[in-house]
Design a binder for this molecule. Structure first.
Ligand SMILES: *[C@@H]1O[C@H](CO)[C@@H](O)[C@H](O)[C@H]1NC(C)=O
Ligand SMILES: *[C@@H]1O[C@H](CO)[C@@H](O)[C@H](O)[C@H]1NC(C)=O
Ligand SMILES: *[C@@H]1O[C@H](CO)[C@@H](O)[C@H](O)[C@H]1NC(C)=O
Ligand SMILES: *[C@@H]1O[C@H](CO)[C@@H](O)[C@H](O)[C@H]1NC(C)=O
Ligand SMILES: *[C@@H]1O[C@H](CO)[C@@H](O)[C@H](O)[C@H]1NC(C)=O
Ligand SMILES: *[C@@H]1O[C@H](CO)[C@@H](O)[C@H](O)[C@H]1NC(C)=O
Ligand SMILES: *[C@@H]1O[C@H](CO)[C@@H](O)[C@H](O)[C@H]1NC(C)=O
Ligand SMILES: *[C@@H]1O[C@H](CO)[C@@H](O)[C@H](O)[C@H]1NC(C)=O
Ligand SMILES: *[C@@H]1O[C@H](CO)[C@@H](O)[C@H](O)[C@H]1NC(C)=O
Ligand SMILES: *[C@@H]1O[C@H](CO)[C@@H](O)[C@H](O)[C@H]1NC(C)=O
Ligand SMILES: *[C@@H]1O[C@H](CO)[C@@H](O)[C@H](O)[C@H]1NC(C)=O
Ligand SMILES: CC(=O)N[C@H]1CO[C@H](CO)[C@@H](O)[C@@H]1O
Length: 401
């Protein structure tokens, strides 16, 4: 591809590396996002989490706990700042606890109001601390791998939480407090007030979770080495794309020592990217100066798309999206407009290859009017429609014609 230029969009969290011979970058950009590479995302590459023990309780997981003896949910009374009870028939936000993961078995539990579980001096479970420390640190002990959601919770004092008192018949609310005073023995039955059934009602799978889950020694190097390689750069260039957009995340600024649990070293991979794009390290990168308006267009993530047919999706792009793009593109062409993310994905079920081709075509035509250009989301992805390599290799997206 000859020499290429690198330029940096000031104040935003991605880099664009063009694949063309001129020294200075020139719109229109026809790019693909290297999403999921330096900033990992679970849905792009779920297999990344396979090596993490207890990967169903990553940092940020939301759990609800049903007491075996009471058949009631644990609740942060008032949503937080008070005691924890075990008397709710239904679970919603006050009954949902968000994990801060210290390691595979050890967590802080954050309640809806932002406070953390702790044990007060009478031995009762409360949610009053606003920052977690050792006395807000609990362990989840699972029965075994056949019953992974049957759990006991070991308090900071080494004893297990148990429900004290019982819910009276016909009473929705009852003073069933939780105390940290149950010993090691359990038969794991519903007669043991220290046994709870945990349900997972929300997960997070991203860069933080990967780094926190694997630990610094061993977190992301392998993925960074293998997910995107020189071959991908050869492929994008030979397919007719003229740039790659690389989401980098704010923490690259503190490389090589980002705050824990993040793992440094992503700058080294950017260096690799520059050399794969045949940008020699001695060549002077051109700075792109001037604002670029970066918009993301997906026919998803809004209920209005749920019921659209193939043709309605296409018409929406042709009419509504082009009007939207026109509205943000001033007559003088400043700021430059960039459809920094789009994809062939939609809510249509059972579409055939022709439908996908038409949808990709209309988007390229409309987004081709963006004055700076566009970038597809993403180059590599386990989901075929989000995987531009797949879309190009299977003729659904065509760039050269
Ligand atoms: C967790 O890891 C196991 C294998 O160890 C895998 O089967 C499972 O899909 C992973 N779960 C997630 C959510 O990544
Ligand atoms: C601990 O919390 C329980 C339950 O809210 C409460 O009854 C008890 O008075 C508290 N103890 C202290 C010392 O605050
Ligand atoms: C719990 O949910 C059920 C079904 O969703 C509902 O019928 C019931 O009224 C709810 N109970 C309370 C106490 O909110
Ligand atoms: C998790 O952290 C706790 C508290 O620091 C520690 O006692 C425990 O050994 C750790 N467990 C693992 C598996 O690293
Ligand atoms: C889990 O415990 C139950 C009851 O003790 C037992 O039947 C089952 O085999 C155990 N499963 C594993 C994987 O250990
Ligand atoms: C973690 O490190 C061990 C030993 O170096 C290695 O075998 C393993 O593949 C690494 N795991 C990941 C996910 O990189
Ligand atoms: C790009 O910007 C940086 C910082 O603003 C400056 O030091 C550098 O000389 C610029 N490079 C070029 C090629 O203009
Ligand atoms: C597209 O724009 C037309 C005309 O402004 C409007 O009536 C229609 O509701 C829009 N379609 C969607 C799906 O928002
Ligand atoms: C694909 O589906 C469309 C309807 O969405 C239909 O009109 C067209 O004939 C189908 N094409 C092929 C090749 O099956
Ligand atoms: C691109 O913009 C031009 C000028 O506004 C307009 O005539 C044309 O229809 C647009 N093309 C598409 C596909 O939206
Ligand atoms: C993307 O698609 C290509 C072509 O089908 C495939 O080789 C590659 O493994 C896919 N990427 C991922 C991350 O699954
Ligand atoms: C507030 C309330 O209803 N408390 C009751 C909870 O259940 C215990 C045991 O049945 C009763 O003694 C409490 O009066």
């Amino acid at each position: 591809m000859g020499s290429v230029a690198l330029f940096l969009i000031a104040c935003s969290s991605w880099l664009l590396i063009p694949h063309f011979a001129a020294a200075a970058p020139r719109p229109p950009i026809r790019a693909v996002n290297l999403g999921g590479w330096l900033v990992t995302k679970g849905w792009i590459m779920p297999g990344l989490f396979n090596g993490i023990r207890n990967n169903d309780t990553m940092d940020g997981t939301q759990l609800q706990f049903m007491s075996g003896t009471q058949s009631r949910y644990l609740v942060a009374d008032q949503g937080g700042g008070a005691t924890i009870l075990a008397d709710r028939t239904n679970a919603s936000s006050w009954e949902t606890f968000r994990l801060w993961r210290i390691n595979e078995t050890t967590f802080n539990f954050r309640v809806n109001g932002g406070q953390f579980w702790g044990v007060n001096s009478s031995g009762a479970l409360v949610a009053t601390a606003t920052t977690p420390g050792p006395s807000e640190t609990f362990q989840i002990v699972r029965r075994n791998s056949s019953f992974p959601t049957r759990v006991r919770i070991r308090a900071p004092n080494g004893l297990f939480l148990q429900v004290t008192g019982t819910v009276r018949a016909n009473k929705v609310k009852n003073m069933t407090s939780i105390t940290a005073d149950r010993g090691e023995f359990t038969d794991w039955s519903n007669n043991d007030p220290s046994v709870f059934v945990a349900s997972n009602v929300g997960n997070l799978y991203g860069e933080y979770q990967i780094c926190n889950g694997y630990g610094k020694a061993n977190a992301t190097q392998n993925h960074r080495n293998t997910f995107i390689t020189e071959k991908d750069f050869d492929f994008t260039a030979s397919s007719g794309l003229n740039a790659v957009r690389i989401p980098v995340g704010w923490l690259i600024a503190s490389d090589p020592n980002p705050p824990p649990p993040f793992v440094g070293g992503s700058l080294q991979f950017l260096d690799n990217a520059f050399s794969w794009a045949q940008l020699s390290s001695s060549s002077s990168p051109a700075n792109f100066t001037g604002a670029v308006l970066d918009v993301h267009y997906y026919n998803l993530f809004d209920i209005k798309f749920d019921t659209l047919t193939v043709q309605q999706n296409i018409d929406f792009v042709r009419n509504n999206r082009s009007a939207d793009l026109k509205a943000i593109t001033n007559q003088n062409g400043r700021p430059l407009t960039f459809v920094g993310e789009w994809a062939g994905a939609w809510a249509v079920q059972g579409a055939n290859a022709t439908d996908y081709k038409r949808f990709a075509r209309i988007q390229q035509d409309v987004y081709g009017n963006a004055t700076f250009g566009w970038a597809y989301w993403t180059l590599q992805n386990v989901n075929a429609v989000w995987n531009m390599t797949y879309m190009i290799q299977n003729g659904i997206i065509t760039l050269k014609s």
